[in-house]
Design a protein around this ligand. Sequence first.
Ligand code: LER
Ligand code: MN
Length: 267
Amino acid sequence: MKLSIVLSTQPASFSALAYKGQIAENIAKIKNLGYDGVELAVRDPAALDVSELKSILAEHRLPVPAIGTGQAFGEEGLSFTHPDAHIRRKAIDRIKSHMELADGLGAVVIIGLVRGKTGLDTDGDRVEQWLAEALTECASENKSVRLAIEPINRYETGLVNTVASGLDLIDTVGLDNIGLLLDTFHMNIEEPSIIESMVAARDRLFHFHVADSNRWHPGAGHIDFAEIIHTLNSIGYQDFVSAEILPLPDPDTAAIKTVEYMREMVT
Ligand code: LER
Ligand code: MN
């Protein structure tokens, strides 16, 4: 199993991040803790020194399986379904810039909260149309970059809470470079059966997040990770499993416990 952990390239208000900022130090630390890769949460690629980032990654031989984009919504309010067309346009352009960064790193681009939340527009059909159109435009821009829609629990958004609704959206868009990111924390809240939903997503599973039921590191709650790892193996998932966890009791302990627990599961 290839294990990664999320590093936010900038300070961010999103809480389920073990590491934020201090890119060089944190990448070195993540490598030393035994991770095989680092997932990057990036608000705006324009604010990054990409060549410096690439040289730090190369120095530590750490691949980037995925780029998170949720801070474009969380910090700036950009979303694919905002009632203001100008903001929708900025969100689409921002994701295209994430795709450019991802192309150079061989990473998947995560479509999380940048899809927006319901409630801003009363016309649900219009929201769904905006979402499908934005995804179509982004995915058509560069077919070699994969976009992973993440079903997210109902307390964060009303749009695409379940694997079934994510698969429906993928069908609507109908492009091969759109798939799913499954996150054990969200699945534990929304899926009737985590295992059956993973199996249903098997042909479209582009990325995978782990956190326990309380969003602490795996092993700190009641999710059955042995069963989850067994299912990932049985559906032939060979990409990264990435820790998106609260920095509790502190960032290093959370990261160390994740490695220990997840490695133990596969031995
Ligand atoms: C992002 O990967 C995620 O899981 C969401 O909870 C972000 O709000
Ligand atoms: Mn997630």
